[in-house]
Ligand binder design. Sequence first.
Ligand code: PLP
Length: 440
Amino acid sequence: MSGVELEKSTTIDLRKKHIGPSCKIFFSHEPIKIVQAKGQYMYDENRQRYLDCINNVAHVGHCHPEVVNAGASQMALLNTNSRFLHDNIVLFAQKLQSTLPEKLSVCYFVNSGSEANDLALRMAWQYTGHKDVITLQNAYHGHVSSLIDISPYKFHQMSSYEMNPRVHVAPSPDVYRGKYRRDHPDPATAYADEVKDIIHKAEEKGGKIAAFIAESLQSCGGQVIPPWATSKKHVRKAGGIFIADEVQVGFGRVGTHFWAFQLQGEDFVPDIVTMGKPIGNGHPLSCVVTTREVAEAFMSSGMEYFNTFGGNPVSCAIGLAVLEVIEKEDLQGNALRVGGYLCSLLEKHKEKHPLIGDIRGRGLFVGLELVRDKHKLTPATAEAQEVIYRLKEQHILLSADGPHRNVLKFKPPMCFTKEDVDLVVEKIDNILTGIYPMHY
Ligand code: PLP
């Protein structure tokens, strides 16, 4: 280090010089330099406060004192790799499993959502002995090599991308702008029939389905609320298993249930559930939960599974504290109440604003799709970007996503309040009123 002069204050230019470009936000609008965060707020270097409507990683609120204390106390006592026996891993696994159907009884702790989905695929291949995977149009499951093929949202448009013949992409069950819409007599069955058809076509070519992997609610794909139950039946019949990716949407966010896959009904139990982001409230922690049957088949491969940091005492203490806070502060109930209020308020503005095409949500997972024409569904992409930009100027952080980048996504920390909703909706109302004449 001697002789190297370190520059203390970060700028976007220094970031570009020293860090690989990992996220488009750094190269679009000038990013905000965040120095502190609390609850649903983030603070920049000038002590300006921003209302965070997108940071689903700070699930129970940024820097929640009980989570911070749990991590700090455990760090002062012991942290080690997962080779040793310690209490936290068992206590956390037990608590986590108490939120899941009984059949999902074996946990594997990892450190990111991508690692979790990668491990889930390995398990599916090993358990079924099959190789083919069904994914969805506009899905995103992570950035590691094994997930590129099953994440069309980010990777399939790249000119260098070559389709993997073992991966089959089913249409995203978007009942607003997808192939089968709300006016279809039975969109759920129609989408499931597409999956059935894909299975047959794969089998005709000698393929066998190992897994159908799907986000329980599609997030990057535009806050889509899909029907899965019948698709799972077809996949099971073909000898494959169902992987529910809850990395974005688990842990009470949907309000009525702790897990978003439970929206499909009491009997709907995936074979593997992967989780990440909110599980550690910002601390790198993720998990794969599966059945004893799948876990035993996986271990019988003879391939040792070892993860140095997965399930370390500090991560598990933090994970346990997050679950306790969700319970103690009734954050799932809050998501139901505040998310419902957000949707109802947005609905009230729908008629007034020609740009509002669709409002869809479950709890604090809400999408507002902007269109230039309510019949043709022409995406209002530039307008959505304008809304995001103008909100940022007024210290509200929201994002726009979906294949056309025209869906405003709400995924705030779960301590979001009705007053926060009032503020954001009022600002969006004003912005939409202002930009409407620009286009008509
Ligand atoms: N699965 C979903 C649904 C995601 O949205 C993401 C990340 O955005 C991942 C998996 C990957 O998680 P990570 O970035 O922690 O590797």
